[in-house]
Design a protein around this ligand. Structure first.
Ligand code: GLC
Ligand code: CA
Length: 556
């Protein structure tokens, strides 16, 4: 059987607002992306996933859509989009759209109509409930962005459910009219020639009919998880979507499925289940602590290896992995999993890239990761632009629950704004991102870390990614090889092998800032070096690995 293209692909995620501003209004846009296609072509990626570019009042930067078939004004026009699609295709780059259909904006006409009364064409498009007899919310669920998950609407005299902000009401997928609207809209985009969908919080589209109080985790609100995540009809609706839309086009689909286990992933993205191609799992980036997701702890390496190895082995032959260290909702990879101190940044960024890109699955590069961009040095809550960070600070600190000094390191370590500072293109003002005033601060380290400098340096993180991507195209063992973890108990080294049709790779990555000695397995002594972030000898003697050293050897 021929391997589907998305199994051999390397995806680059663009957060359009922060990528490149072409007209000086301080906001990244579609023409900005089109102007950088040659840069991406040079990197070697063959798919772009764009975070939402649809019309939106931007309560959650485009994840609150008011018109699915129009382009956000700040980002340009539909003609700009069509040109981007054509120019990308001309370069052999496919475009995957973000599909946000768990919820819409409260400014979408469906919701504007729905809230008017209990009996109208759209009244059942969203999830409406009466309050309790005392007038309070139907249950104790908290939303992901703080506060109750219910908002009272005086026009209609009922509460609506919003798992995210109150400007993001949840659609009622149990209504067949809603599913038809969504599928028609998806078909419209497919007819335009787009190449796939990344499906936002798709594991939350089906809710239980009964909506009891949830377990209270952090003292304020109850969890909606058991009633809204992987709900009763989610697989039925995805199969319906697949039959009605997806199966009729040559697409790549990836579902954002927080809380997913490998068993569930085999349903969402099984080779034979006819739903999606891949899912994003979150186990390796979820390190909940005292303040929920707000946590500055590093995951022990043994735990990280255990999680990623479980996904490698348990999906093998049954479903396909998506590989990522970061995205627009996560801190920068090199700051979280590597070491962003100047003396270690480049080595550890290359090490992380090696570790991820040699695994089985489709790798995703988040914009700026290929430059080794770092977290932002936040100074005050005023620096936040992200609705989640702003509300979290209010709910945990301004409320007086936790002192600022205790909470500050935790929120700055994982704030989504770390990923959303503009791409550092060069060392000119605003890192060359805009000629105007950027909508969010530029990381002050742009004079040292920027694309122009890296393109001029053959030893840069950029060219290391370029080489990894090229290797994946050249060696089928990187795409198909069977994974086996070595040294499971080491807190210093992440080492594994890949094996396919008599060809074998050894991948060794040091996750620590000190030297480590290491002896190669017999079968890899004096074998071919495919890639490494430092010179070393790969012979019979015990090796001394430098901080964050990484290499890949190939034996045939
Ligand atoms: C997903 C998106 C995130 C967004 C949320 C609500 O998790 O990745 O950015 O805020 O869904 O749409
Ligand atoms: Ca602009």
């Amino acid at each position: 059987m021929k391997t589907p293209w998305w199994k051999e692909a390397v995806v680059y995620q663009i957060y359009p607002r922060s990528f490149m501003d072409s007209n000086g209004d301080g906001i990244g846009d579609l023409n900005g992306i089109t102007g950088k296609l040659d840069y991406l072509k040079k990197l070697g990626i063959n798919v772009i996933w764009m975070s939402p570019v649809y019309q939106s009042p931007n309560d959650d930067n485009g994840y609150d859509i008011s018109d699915y078939q129009a382009i956000m004004k700040e980002f340009g026009t539909m003609e700009d989009f069509d040109r981007l699609l054509t120019e990308a295709h001309n370069r052999g780059i496919r475009i995957v759209m973000d599909l946000v259909v768990n919820h819409t904006s409260d400014e979408h006409t469906w919701f504007v109509e729905s809230r008017k009364s209990r009996e109208n064409e759209y009244s059942d498009y969203y999830i409406w409930r009466d309050g309790k007899p005392d007038g309070s919310a139907p249950n104790n669920w908290g939303s992901c962005f703080g506060g109750s998950a219910w908002q009272y609407d005086s026009e209609r005299g009922q509460y609506y459910l919003h798992l995210f902000s109150k400007k993001q009401p949840d659609l009622n997928w149990d209504n067949p009219k809603v599913r038809k609207e969504v599928f028609d809209m998806m078909t419209w985009w497919c007819e335009k020639g787009i190449d796939g969908f990344r499906m936002d919080v798709i594991s939350m589209i089906s809710k239980t009919k009964e909506m009891p109080d949830g377990e209270v985790e952090n003292g304020l609100y109850g969890s909606f998880g058991p009633y809204c995540i992987h709900g009763p009809n989610v697989h039925k609706y995805l199969r319906e979507m697949n039959e009605t839309v997806l199966s009729r086009y040559d697409l790549m689909t990836v579902g954002e499925t927080s809380g997913v286990t490998p068993e569930q992933a085999c349903l969402y993205a099984g080779e034979t289940t006819n739903e999606l191609n891949m899912v994003f799992q979150f186990e390796h980036v979820d390190i909940a602590g005292r303040f929920g997701k707000w946590n500055d702890q590093k995951m022990p390496l043994t735990r990280l290896k255990e999680i990623l190895s479980k996904w490698q082995t348990q999906l093998s032959g049954k479903a396909w992995n998506s590989l990522y260290w970061d995205n627009h909702d996560q801190p920068r990879a090199v700051s979280r999993f590597g070491d962003d101190r100047p003396e270690f940044r480049v080595m550890s960024a290359k090490m992380l890239a090696t570790c991820l890109h040699m695994m089985q699955g489709t790798p995703y590069i988040y914009q700026g990761e290929e430059l080794g961009m770092t977290n932002y040095p936040f100074e005050s809550p005023k620096d936040f632009r992200d609705i989640e960070s702003i509300h979290a600070y209010e709910e945990w600190c301004e409320s007086g629950r936790v002192p600022h000094e205790t909470f500050w390191p935790c929120i700055t370590a994982v704030s989504r704004d770390n990923a959303r500072t503009p791409i550092q293109w060069d060392d000119s003002p605003n890192a060359g991102f805009t000629k105007g005033t950027p909508w969010i601060q530029v990381n002050p380290n742009y004079k040292e870390i920027n694309a122009k400098a890296e393109l001029a340096d053959p030893d840069s993180v950029f060219y290391y990614y370029q080489k990894l991507i090229a290797l994946r195209k050249q060696y089928p063992v990187i795409v198909h090889g069977t994974y086996r973890l070595l040294l499971a108990d080491s807190e210093e080294l992440f080492a594994y092998t890949r094996e396919y049709q008599g060809e074998k790779l050894l991948v060794v990555c040091s996750f620590v800032d000190h030297k480590v000695s290491y002896e190669l397995p017999e079968e890899f002594k004096n074998k071919e070096l495919l890639i490494g972030n430092r010179e070393n000898s790969y012979g019979t003697e015990v090796m001394e690995l430098s901080p964050y050293e990484a290499f890949v050897l190939r034996a045939v």
